[in-house]
Design a protein around this ligand. Structure first.
Ligand code: ADP
Length: 259
């Protein structure tokens, strides 16, 4: 096979998209989708044109978190028009299925769906496309890195050892796939009691920062474990959109400015 043919099978740049940023975690439930949604809205608030590809195919949370319902249209029967809210253009498997409908697919179907969402969606001109990956180190992560030029990956972890253990695997995977790690975020970092202001470290504290330092990676910031962050996401308006002046929103905006 000649060089040109080989080059075509390598990672391709997504037309019109300046940078693809993957948001990953080792473990599920550490807040990867919450962080993705808030970072997307924060980047839009910085004046960037932002898209969100919800690649968490088994548990697509972005339609709920970004408050987007309805089915994307396909006027020409070939390409798909994504939907938009809070300044973010979204495509998600969750928009194609009912909210409580399970996606019961094997790897090849997942990879096909991911490739369709990358290539057949009319993303338009974007500064950043955030890809909310499923947890772990599987088919979706590999397909993304093999097919698409990824500018960088962000790894989200709680400070808990068991989450950090899996976060290190995600970091190792990006190393093996030659994807640059932009840094780590510690989510659910501290709980501040709304009544008395006492700070409790429910999952520990500082583990992600220590890991990042040990591995020579940037530490992008800490997000507290906070009732309003949870309820804002559940309500379809991430805290960066619903309470932009709050310290919680500012924590996300500070991270977005570091990207
Ligand atoms: P993942 O994408 O890693 O599975 P999610 O973003 O879906 O994680 O978060 C898991 C749960 O934790 C959700 O119910 C979400 O609302 C909640 N959550 C995430 N981050 C925070 C936070 N910083 N404070 C409070 N709740 C959070």
């Amino acid at each position: 096979i000649g060089g040109a043919a080989r080059a075509q099978t390598g990672p391709q740049k997504l037309p019109g998209v300046k940078a693809v940023i993957a948001v990953a975690s080792g473990k599920g439930g550490v807040g990867k989708s919450t962080v993705s949604a808030n970072l997307a809205v924060a980047l839009a608030a910085e004046g960037k044109k932002v898209g969100m590809l919800d690649a968490d195919v088994y548990g697509p949370s972005q339609p709920r978190m970004l408050g987007i319902t309805g089915r994307p249209a396909s006027p020409d029967g070939k390409t798909i028009l994504p939907l938009r809210n809070h300044g973010v253009t979204l495509m998600s498997i969750g928009l194609m299925t009912k909210e409580d409908e399970a996606v019961v697919w094997r790897g090849p179907m997942l990879m096909g769906a991911l490739q369709q969402m990358l290539a057949q969606v009319q993303w338009g001109q974007l500064d950043v496309l955030i890809v909310d990956l499923p947890p772990g180190t599987g088919d979706v992560q590999m397909t993304l890195a093999q097919k698409t030029e990824v500018a960088g990956a962000i790894v989200v972890s709680t400070p808990q050892d068991i989450a950090l253990l899996d976060a290190r695997k995600a970091l190792d995977m990006f190393g093996k796939m030659n994807v640059k790690v932009m840094g780590m975020i510690e989510n659910m970092s501290a709980y501040i009691c709304p009544n008395c202001g006492h700070e409790a470290h429910i999952f520990g504290h500082g583990g992600a920062r220590a890991d990042a330092e040990r591995l020579g990676l940037p530490f992008l910031g800490e997000i507290p474990l906070d009732l309003e962050i949870r309820s804002a996401g559940d309500g379809g308006a991430p805290i960066v959109a619903s309470k932009p002046e709050s310290p919680q929103a500012q924590a996300f905006r500070d991270i977005a400015r570091r990207l």
